[in-house]
Design a protein around this ligand. Sequence first.
Ligand SMILES: [Zn+2]
Length: 136
Amino acid sequence: MHSPASPCESRRADSDYIMSKSSLNKIKKQLLEQKERLEKEVGEIAKKGKRGFRVLFKSFGSKDDDHAANVARMDKNISLERSLEKSLIEVDKALEKVKQGKYGICEICNKKIEEQRLEILPTASICMKCGKARKG
Ligand SMILES: [Zn+2]
């Protein structure tokens, strides 16, 4: 992967690829790193069980009057865990698409998702246009 992209590359039948292999590899690496990071973060507040993640109830203080604070923190952890889990699912989905060779295709219009968009948001599953349309 050290050779720079040569202009001759365009002569190759690359149409099967949604993007160049090197870009795809870069994004795959990014996704795997993101997955690792997310799993680590989730692991700190939740435990993976048979039915998904369960947020751990940690006692943050020994006094009884800390209970309200603990509950508040637990609530915060639950919502944090939910958003982390959602991101993890998105990363997994993107990685699965990479495996199937479908990465970078918009789920709505089936057109290529802009590479710049994928660089910023590797888990994007719809293109910029559809993203805007969805938001209204
Ligand atoms: Zn689209």
